[in-house]
Design a protein around this ligand. Structure first.
Ligand code: B16
Ligand code: MG
Length: 210
């Protein structure tokens, strides 16, 4: 039985991965590193700070703490500009239908996202009202693949991990859900979702299952 569903945000409910890619790409270009889509794949579900650390490592560069803080601020500013116009139109297929179905079935709903911009994204896409608990990048100390974000979600809902189902599009998130001893459905391309209990292309495939 599933008593609660914990949703990842970027890449599961909302199509924001492309904007993260564009902002990181612009930053990397400024540093003289050519940032690929494959690089971007490895940043999915990974926090902003750790994403920058990875890019600097790939580029073989070292930066002072002050420079890193400035780069992070710059990336986020570009990202915020890109999501300024975000609307319900950028909800991924099945997002709204699944949220509605879970509500009808009295299944609790939480967010488990690494993003510090999660609340604004939920507001712009007009789905914030569906959530019983919001755990985002501001609420956790350690990022995915650490289970903290999902365990905090279960705790906020007062549901035991074994009754929680996580929906994730990133390898780091699949690993985090497994570490939390939860069931997890991978959303998207199978090659980036190793260890998921089931796979779907998008959320529309899940609506009928509840
Ligand atoms: P921000 P998720 C993650 O969100 C993204 O997948 C990842 O690419 C991003 O770096 C991270 O949020 C932090 O986002 O810069 O907005 O704090 O997939 O866990 O919902
Ligand atoms: Mg994601």
């Amino acid at each position: 039985t599933v008593k609660a569903v914990i949703f990842d945000l970027d890449g599961v409910l909302v199509d924001t991965a492309i904007y993260h890619f564009q902002a990181w790409h612009r930053l990397a270009e400024q540093l003289g590193y050519s940032f690929s889509l494959a690089d971007n794949e490895q940043l999915k579900g990974v926090s902003r700070v750790e994403s920058l650390e990875l890019i600097l490592k790939w580029a073989g560069m070292e930066k002072s703490e002050q420079e890193k803080a400035q780069l992070l601020q710059q990336k986020n500013q570009w990202y915020l500009e890109l999501i300024e116009q975000l609307s319900p139109a950028q909800l991924l297929p099945g997002s709204l239908a699944l949220l509605q179905r879970l509500r009808e079935k009295d299944i609790l709903i939480a967010l488990g996202s690494a993003s510090k911009n999660a609340l604004s994204i939920l507001q712009k896409t007009e789905i914030v009202g569906y959530f019983d608990a919001l755990i985002d990048g501001n609420a956790v100390q350690t990022s995915k693949p650490d289970p903290e974000v999902f365990l905090k979600g279960a705790e906020a809902l007062t549901i035991q991990p074994r009754y929680c189902l996580v929906l994730e599009d990133a390898q780091a998130g699949i690993d985090a859900a497994k570490a939390a001893q939860m069931r997890v459905i991978g959303v998207g391309k199978p090659e980036n979702l190793i260890g998921a209990d089931a796979l779907v292309e998008d959320l529309s495939e899940l609506v009928e299952r509840f």
